[in-house]
Design a protein around this ligand. Structure first.
Ligand SMILES: C[S@@+](CC[C@H](N)C(=O)[O-])C[C@H]1O[C@@H](n2cnc3c(N)ncnc32)[C@H](O)[C@@H]1O
Length: 335
């Protein structure tokens, strides 16, 4: 697997992919197709672009300039996307120092609409941890915008199923009474994804990258929106999570990344993924149930602690017995 900084002479992706399965570009994404005039060859663009929030790899700029740059970029690569291809743009919110949060999908939707793409789903990806805000509610979701270029797009629902809630549920009347009623293949994954934790802390996929995709996220999209042998493109590939997912599913992959260290990591991860040696968090792994942890059990307070608490609150005159009774009845604490 080679990392390119220049496009070889007389290069076409069509020829290249007859003998290779991935093309890694270590330059600005907008230059990747500058030497190519071939017919459209991309089946799925899946990415998480820089969010303009001042991460180490981006320069924070006025939002209007950010969207103008993205509009220009998307129009440059649009000719290489096939007529019924899909685009999945995973974005969060732009958060200024003062108030005025701007969900980036508001701005991207305008661009994609202008370009003639149709929105199929706006998927909410929710996760349990993150920054604890003090002047607003803490953000615990981002979105994946799934657009298509034509009406005959690929959609393999079976590639995007989740285990049924009640797999043993049966028909309770009619000719099928007693037979299993839930789909043995699982249920439609829906547009609310709460089963994919993001990559933080001691997540098995964690690298040096500050905001990498969990592999399961592009994996579900690739399974559902492409077929074997199709070409997947991630213009901001970071450490190659979409690339690893694409190769694991026998798709071809094109990735661009401006940072040389991230491309090197991407290459290593993709080679391991091809060999089936990359450790990742499988979609089938259930989310950790915090209620099973002893840490989540209500703490026991003793009388002295409660007296101290009431004193601090200036409530020492409250009838203590009534209060203790309230605590016991609420079930939140033993006294
Ligand atoms: C949100 S991260 C994507 C992370 C990726 N999904 C992963 O799983 O690792 C955005 C990436 O885009 C890269 N980037 C920023 N501007 C770029 C550009 N003009 N061309 C190519 N890559 C760029 C950054 O270095 C960063 O790694």
């Amino acid at each position: 697997m080679k990392i390119y900084k220049k496009i070889p002479r007389n290069f076409t992706f069509e020829d290249y992919f007859t003998t290779n399965d991935s093309f890694l570009w270590n330059e600005d994404a907008k230059t990747i197709f500058s030497k190519t005039t071939e017919k459209p060859f991309i089946d799925l663009l899946v990415t998480s672009p820089p969010y303009n929030i001042g991460k180490s790899y981006e320069q924070k700029k006025p939002l209007a300039d950010y969207f103008e740059e993205q509009r220009e970029f998307l129009n440059t690569i649009d000719p290489y996307l096939k007529p019924n291809s899909s685009i999945c743009y995973q974005v969060g919110s732009y958060i200024p120092k003062d108030i005025g949060v701007y969900p980036l999908d508001f701005g991207f939707h305008r661009i994609f609409e202008e370009m003639g793409y149709k929105l199929v789903n706006r998927i909410i990806w929710t996760f349990g941890h993150g920054f604890h805000a003090t002047k607003r509610l803490s953000g615990r979701h981002e979105v994946i915008l799934w657009y298509v270029k034509g009406n005959e797009y690929t959609f393999n629902l079976d590639g995007m199923r989740r285990p049924s809630k009640y797999p043993r549920k049966t028909y309770y009347r009619g000719p099928k009474k007693g037979q299993i009623s839930s789909n043995i293949k699982g249920k439609n994954a829906s547009d609310l994804w709460d089963d994919i934790p993001h990559v933080v802390g001691n997540h098995v996929e964690k690298t040096d990258h500050p905001c990498q995709f969990p592999i399961a996220l592009p994996l579900r999209l690739i399974r559902g929106l492409t077929n074997k042998g199709d070409v997947v493109f991630d213009p901001y590939m970071g450490v190659g999570s979409a690339g690893a997912a694409a190769l694991m599913e026998d798709r071809k992959f094109i990735g661009a990344e401006i940072d040389t260290n991230y491309v090197k990591t991407a290459k290593k991860r993709m080679i391991a993924a091809k060999k089936g040696e990359l450790e990742y968090r499988h979609l089938s792994k259930s989310i950790f149930d915090h209620k099973k942890s002893n840490l989540s059990k209500a703490r026991k307070y003793n009388k002295a602690e409660i007296d101290q608490f009431l004193k601090e609150k200036g409530m020492q005159d409250v009838d203590i017995n009534t209060l203790y009774q309230m605590f016991l009845e609420s079930g939140i604490s033993d006294v």
